[in-house]
Ligand binder design. Structure first.
Ligand SMILES: [Zn+2]
Length: 122
């Protein structure tokens, strides 16, 4: 069983503010990501090894775009989305939301506690 069997895959666009390193202007760019949401359950025919891998699998986003073209008319240069992470793991309770923000994993902020923490079961 391949890793892709564990996920529902879909391409998404996330509006992201990026600053052009050439002209220094900030615009909103539609950055493309591939979203892999972990399936609710394993497809049939899974081996115990598959089950072990599946239990460790986590929903995530992988950035597709590496470069964007500056939207400023007098610039138009392409620049790399360097400051921006390429993979974002999603917690199961809140897929997709805030994926464009910085990695929440280690921030001491407690904001996430206010979000719903209910575990959905299919
Ligand atoms: Zn520019």
């Amino acid at each position: 069983m391949r890793e892709s069997d564990f996920f529902d895959e879909k391409d998404v666009r996330k509006p992201t503010s990026l600053t052009c390193p050439f002209c220094g202007r900030t615009y909103q760019y539609e950055v493309r990501w591939r979203q892999r949401l972990k399936k609710k359950r394993l497809p049939g025919g899974a081996s115990s090894e598959d089950r072990r891998r599946f239990s460790k699998a986590q929903s995530y986003l992988v950035r597709i775009d590496d470069m964007v073209g500056c939207q400023h008319g007098g610039c138009r240069r392409r620049f790399e989305i360097a400051s921006f992470q390429t993979v974002v793991f999603l917690s199961e309770s809140e897929p997709v939301s805030d994926a464009t923000r910085k990695q929440p994993a280690r921030t001491p902020a407690r904001r996430n506690r206010n979000r719903n923490h209910r575990h959905r079961r299919g």
